[in-house]
Structures are given as C-alpha cells and as structure tokens.
Write a protein that binds this ligand. Structure first.
Ligand code: SAH
Ligand code: SF4
Ligand code: F3S
Length: 464
C-alpha cells in the first residue's frame, strides 16, 4: 500500500475528521461523488471515494440524501463547464435547506484561476475547492471546513501515489490504472495541459504490481490511462517506454484484456504498433485521435503529424491485422477552418474507416493559443459540417460492422442491454459492442457470441 494512503487511514487528521463526520452528519455520513469528463477523472473519483471511505463515509447515488457532495469537474469544453454550473445551481436549494451539507468542487475546473473567482462571487455556498494534484489533501481540507473556514481550498501540486486497494472502483471486473498524469503537448485548442500540469509517469514497478493485484482479484479488463500514453516513461530515468510496458504487462498471469487510452499519433511508432499486434492480451483496437484531416489545420492545432503519416499508421496495422479496429476524436470548426480543410477531414474519415468517432465542435477555451486566433466561420456553418461528418460516419460504420457477421467473437459481458428484457451487452477484444440474449449471471465473464447482424454502432448475435 502506498505511503499517502496509509497516512490517510492512520493520521490524527483522519481520526479528527472521523469524529466530526459522526458528530455533524444528519444522515450518518453519506457521500455523493460525481465525476464528469474523461476516464482519468473517473479514476480520480474512485480514489477520492477511497479516501472518503477511510474517513467513515458511506455512499449514495442521490445528492439529496447526502451529507457531503463532491463534484469532480471537467473543463475541456465550455459545455462541460456549463453542465457543472447547472448542477451546482440545482443543488443550491438543497444546500440552503441543509446548511450542514458539505459541498466540494474539485477536478479540472477547480484548477482554473477563473473558477475560484466565480465560486467566490456566484457560488459562495461551495465549501471546499481543490485541484487535480491535491486529492490527498481532502482530509485536511475537511478539517479546515469543520473548524469554520469559509472556503477551504488548495490547488498546489502534491506528489501522490494511490495503491490498488486505496480506491473504490465502479466495477468488479473492469479496472482503470492511470500510468501517467498531465500532458506536455499543448495542442492549441486544449486546456488539459494547463489544468493537469506536465507529464508525470508512475514507476513501471508500481504499475506492474497494481495490474498483478487486479488480475489476481479476477478483473477481466485493465484500462491503462494517460492523456498521451505513448510518451509514458519519457520523464523518468531508465524507464521502460510504453511499448515495453505493454509487453511486460502482457506476461502477467490471468485471463484478462489490456486496453489503453489515449494515444497521440505523433508518437505511435512501429515498436508500439508491433507490441499491440503481438501481445495476445492487448485489444486489437486503437483509439488514435486524429482531430482533423487537413494538414494546415493540424499545423494550427500544433499536432505534429500529417494526414499522410497518420494514414501510414493505419495501413501498417491493417496490413498485419485485417479489420483492425480504429476509433478517433474529431473536431469540427477549428478557428478559420475553411470548407476545403473540412473536406479533407471527410476524405480521411472515408479512407480510415473508423468503427467509432467521438465528434466535437470546437469550443473556445480562454488561456489557450487558439482562443487568440481569428475565427470568422459562423456557428451555423460549423453545425452543418458536423451533420455532414456524422452522416458520413454512419455510412462508413454500417459497412464496417458487416465484417463481423458470421464470425464467433469472444465477448466480455458488461451489463443488461436497453434492447429489451433478457438482452445483455458486452465488448469484443476490438472494442465492438455486441448485444445478445443471455442470463444476467454472465455479467463480468467472457462468453462466445456468434454474430448474426450488424448496425452502424454495434453488432448482435447468439450465445454459443
Ligand atoms: N489527450 C487526449 C484527449 C483529451 S481531450 C488526446 O490527445 O487524444 C478529448 C478530446 O476533446 C480531444 O481529443 C479533442 O477532440 C476534444 N477537445 C479538446 N479541447 C477541445 C476544445 N477546445 N473544443 C472542442 N473539443 C475539444
Ligand atoms: Fe489536450 Fe493535446 Fe494533450 Fe490531448 S495531447 S490532452 S488534446 S494538449
Ligand atoms: Fe476533462 Fe480534465 Fe479529463 S478537462 S477531459 S476531466 S483531464
């Protein structure tokens, strides 16, 4: 177990907080924890649940039953921030009626200077605010709050290490393992490097031990996380690189799959692609966000690759593994994106044949370079471009998914499907969603499914 987590459980500070929790909570010390944004944030949420658990809290999924509300926020797009402020607004009444309830704002928005100002001026009912590298300070901040401080906050960077047992995971068979934090890439549109700091890799030994523990506990899917996992280890001396780490994790005993995200195309080298292709536990799928297909826009985005070098990666993978599955993030309407530049994105989507794309209309983030760029393209035009992109992707995916029909696929069963009574869903090693009829007891296990039908986002079939 890591040093920080050990301290949380045994420190005097924690002991005092536990006493306050017993004394001050009307509902027995119930916490509502909600994480917005990416999987790294969700993983942070699981760690904070671990801390709260060791401080004597139990959990509820209804905020209006809670003594403590923790909103772990995302700042990547303006809409993400609006959602958080909307949620805060909804909670205001509950907080006014129950002044003893502790309201905490943390995560990426909390790291932004402007948020602190806005909270002080418009959301003064927030009690505690802390940043993305200060999770371990939660017990101290709670103590400051209990001691009467109006807004307890800390956005400094602490060196933190949480072990496999120090978190309360959302699933009993899928686990996330962050392998690095922060980002050095400064894509011109992106706020992440400002709110998550520079790249910090966790030691390979610690990661290997954590995955070994999870595999021994029977976890079936391990998701390695980082803003750019390909640059894993660059900040450490004599460290493994990401390809080497994948190969090492692949040797761990147990029946489980390894996935990872996100990868940056600028450093998806052959050694990494070979590792993915050759490691039997690693899913034959790569989430490789391209952002757009125009070289001039890629340059303005500071992405350091071209549509051609991106295509080489795709071709390499598909030459060695027919039907290798790719997914991507694509942004429409970057400042002054012309129609021709947008057409290049459509051409790329048609060429690459993604199974899945996550699409975003560019959103201005103050503090980033792109926020200073001129942008004369009207929003209505951006929305039209988005519609064209989505229409094309539906056509591409409809064709793509036909390749699975007639095949029998190994599927990790994840839950009940919205299809209807008796339907389950799961994912294949290539991250394809599969729906089929089966018993709920199969959730969390591997099954074989014969694929009989396909759509533009999933396939369906029968249990073998
Ligand atoms: N580190 C990951 C992505 C992090 S953010 C990577 O580089 O792939 C997830 C996605 O949000 C990005 O890939 C991008 O497509 C989108 N995004 C980031 N900033 C944005 C902005 N200002 N406006 C719209 N979309 C944005
Ligand atoms: Fe943002 Fe670019 Fe870093 Fe991804 S790689 S988090 S898009 S700056
Ligand atoms: Fe959002 Fe922060 Fe993740 S800005 S996308 S929660 S790193």
């Amino acid at each position: 177990m890591s040093i920080e987590a050990y301290e949380v459980k045994t420190s005097d500070e924690a002991e005092k907080v536990r006493k306050y929790v017993k004394m001050c909570s009307r509902k027995g010390g119930k916490a509502y924890v909600h994480s917005f944004g990416c999987q790294l944030n969700v993983s942070d949420g699981e760690k904070m649940k671990g801390i709260l658990d060791s401080l004597g809290f139990t959990f509820t999924d209804k905020y209006d039953e809670a003594d403590l509300i923790l909103l772990n926020t995302c700042a990547v797009r303006e809409s993400a921030e609006d959602t958080v402020y909307g949620t805060l607004g909804n909670m205001k009444k509950y907080k006014q009626q129950n002044p003893g309830v502790i309201l905490i704002l943390c995560g990426c928005m909390a790291q932004e200077e402007k948020t602190i100002e806005k909270v002080k001026s418009h959301y003064s009912f927030v009690d505690i605010l802390f940043g993305t590298s200060a999770l371990s300070q939660l017990p101290r901040l709670l103590l400051e709050h209990y001691s009467g401080k109006k807004l307890a906050y800390d956005i400094a960077e602490y060196s933190e290490e949480f072990g496999a047992d120090d978190q309360i995971r959302g699933s009993s068979f899928k686990a996330s393992v962050p392998i690095m934090f922060g980002c050095n890439n400064f894509c011109t549109y992106c706020i992440v490097p400002y709110v998550r700091g520079r790249e910090r890799s966790r030691s390979a030994d610690v990661i290997i031990k954590e995955v070994e523990e999870l595999a021994a506990k029977g976890y079936k899917e391990i998701m390695l996380l980082g803003q750019n996992v390909n640059s894993y280890g660059n900040d450490l001396e004599d460290s493994m690189n990401f390809a080497q780490l994948l190969r090492r994790l692949n040797q761990i005993e147990g029946d489980f799959w390894i996935r990872f995200m996100s990868s940056h195309p600028k450093d998806a080298g052959k050694d990494l692609l070979d590792a993915i292709l050759e490691c039997e536990k690693v899913g034959k799928h790569l989430h490789l966000p391209v952002q757009c297909g125009s070289n001039s826009v890629l340059k303005r985005m500071n992405r350091h690759y071209t549509a051609e070098t991106y295509q080489e990666i795709v071709d390499y993978l598909r030459a060695r593994y027919e039907g290798f599955s790719l997914s991507s993030d694509i942004m429409v309407g970057f400042p002054n994106e012309t129609n021709e530049e947008f057409e290049d994105t459509l051409k790329l989507v048609e060429r690459v044949k993604y199974d899945n794309i996550y699409t975003f209309i560019y959103s201005k983030r103050s503090g980033t370079k792109a926020a200073e760029m001129e942008d004369i393209t009207p929003d209505s035009e951006k929305r039209k471009r988005m519609e064209r992109l989505l229409k094309l992707q539906r056509e591409v995916a409809t064709e793509n998914y036909k390749r699975f029909v007639g095949k029998t696929e190994r599927v990790l069963v994840e839950g009940e499907s919205k299809q209807g009574e008796g339907w389950l869903f799961g994912k294949t090693n290539a991250f394809t969603i599969v729906e089929f009829k089966g018993n709920k007891s199969l959730i969390g296990t591997f099954v074989n499914v014969k694929i009989t039908d396909s759509r533009n986002w999933a396939v369906s079939g029968e249990l073998v």
